[in-house]
Design a protein around this ligand. Structure first.
Ligand SMILES: *[C@@H]1O[C@H](CO)[C@@H](O)[C@H](O)[C@H]1NC(C)=O
Ligand SMILES: *[C@@H]1O[C@H](CO)[C@@H](O)[C@H](O)[C@H]1NC(C)=O
Ligand SMILES: *[C@@H]1O[C@H](CO)[C@@H](O)[C@H](O)[C@H]1NC(C)=O
Length: 418
């Protein structure tokens, strides 16, 4: 009886010890979880500004119409006293200004819009911002990395260092110019919905305005379309921008996910789905993107299509680009995560090679640069570059309607690209 009692007591003591050991553990775990929760909440509050009106898009996005003076840019300490410029002082003039040309290029160019427009528009004096959801933030490797690129991903044509070229699995098929001072760039790009094999991969088509060397202080302004399951949680094709002034380290982000870009336009939401997209042997839909430097204030402006001036990156965000760009790139980029030692089947562009041509391959047409006199010009000495032409390729050309153009892209993994 005594022995039984004492073994029961021993058990109780053991259980108590376990309890004592368990309580602080689970308590600390709870703290950790709620701290993370709080951090996510804090970030969501920072991204999502109070809305005048919210519009639910058919793709599941919520578009918040935020008063123009409450946008994320004004969280930046340098922008506290900034007076918003509601229009650029200058607009580059040039040879392929479609708003002034009565006959449109005979191929391509159907009108394109954003999916959320089907359910409403934002009032004047507000800007549409894609609402960041808890899941968007939770998909990021860390709350702090959300909205930022993970690696330096600029294609470096003619590099002699193969490790630099094939860096972190990023693959490109691009056209580029360098060796001059550039004050902007333009292109018309047809829009596709490339298939992505792994959620941590992406496929995009964009232009890059680059300043400085390819070192730690690289300046870059980027705009185009992308499919990025990690960033957006789906496979839709979205309009995006990016900027950095230190080679993707501490500064910059996608869209309006940090303070920097000042948006003035009430109709186009960065990060929102583009609709419709081009079909293989079907209708072709393309978007025009123009980025140029205002010679008076020095800001870098962005225009989407012929009608939408989206806003600007203030000059002070940058070092080299505060003066001018030293290189322009146009083209596609994918991440090849090489699962099981095989090339990814993530597509670039339409997922078809350039040889297939119009309505099958993806294109950039009427590529232009802005010169020191604020004129749009045909680029001189256009080079092309791709890491593995057997996976993704690029072919350039020149004609009357399309000016300088190129077809680019590919399927990724095939028997020629194992
Ligand atoms: C903004 O203006 C206030 C008042 O004029 C001034 O004290 C402050 O230094 C300014 N801030 C910046 C970042 O220019
Ligand atoms: C990049 O890597 C691939 C596969 O390892 C290789 O075939 C290709 O030649 C490399 N490209 C360059 C430019 O080094
Ligand atoms: C995106 O596409 C991949 C295959 O290409 C598919 O496995 C995945 O479920 C899709 N994701 C969503 C959110 O639809």
């Amino acid at each position: 009886m005594a022995a039984h009692f004492s073994s029961g007591r021993r058990r109780m003591v053991m259980m108590l010890l376990c309890f004592i050991a368990l309580i602080p553990l689970s308590y600390a775990g709870g703290m950790r979880i709620s701290r993370h929760k709080l951090e996510v909440q804090k970030h969501l509050k920072r991204f999502n500004k109070p809305a005048v009106k919210s519009i639910k898009s058919p793709d599941g996005d919520v578009i918040d119409c935020v008063h123009v003076s409450h946008q994320p840019a004004f969280d930046h300490p340098f922008l506290k006293n900034h007076t918003i410029q509601m229009r650029p002082n200058f607009h580059p003039e040039g040879l392929f200004d479609e708003s002034k040309v009565s006959s449109k290029p005979k191929e391509g160019s159907n009108s394109i819009t954003q999916l959320w427009h089907l359910n409403g528009r934002c009032p004047e004096g507000t800007i549409p911002i894609r609402r960041t959801k808890r899941d968007d933030v939770l998909r990021a490797s860390s709350v702090k990395r959300y909205g930022r690129k993970k690696h330096r991903t600029i294609a470096k044509p003619r590099s002699t260092d193969p490790d630099l070229i094939n860096e972190s699995g990023h693959q490109h098929a691009i056209a580029y110019v360098e060796g001059d001072k550039y004050y902007g760039a333009k292109a018309t790009i047809n829009v596709w919905e490339p298939k992505i094999q792994q959620p941590n991969e992406f496929s995009l088509s964009q232009l890059w305005i680059l300043g400085g060397s390819f070192g730690e202080d690289l300046n870059s302004i980027e705009a185009g379309w992308q499919v990025s399951p990690d960033l957006y949680g789906d496979n839709n094709t979205r309009l995006f921008t990016y900027w950095t002034s230190d080679a993707y380290q501490a500064t910059g982000c996608y869209n309006l996910l940090c303070s920097g870009f000042i948006q003035i336009n009430s109709q186009i939401a960065m990060g929102a789905s583009i609709f419709p997209v081009s079909g293989y042997r079907g209708s072709q839909y393309d978007i025009s993107i123009l980025v140029w430097k205002d010679p008076k204030e020095g800001h870098w402006w962005m225009q989407f299509g012929n009608d939408y001036v989206l806003g600007y990156w203030p000059s002070f965000l940058f070092s080299y680009l505060a003066d001018s760009a030293s290189m322009i790139e146009w083209g596609g980029e994918v991440v090849n995560s090489e699962t099981d030692g095989e090339h990814t089947s993530t597509q670039m562009g339409s997922g078809h090679f350039p040889e297939e041509g119009f309505s099958k391959a993806s294109y950039f047409r009427n590529i232009q640069v802005v010169d020191g006199s604020n004129n749009l010009r045909a680029p001189k000495g256009v080079g092309t570059f791709t890491e593995q032409s057997n996976c993704y390729d690029v072919q350039n050309g020149n004609n009357g309607d399309w000016g300088h153009y190129f077809y680019y892209g590919g399927p990724g993994k095939t028997h020629n690209c194992p």
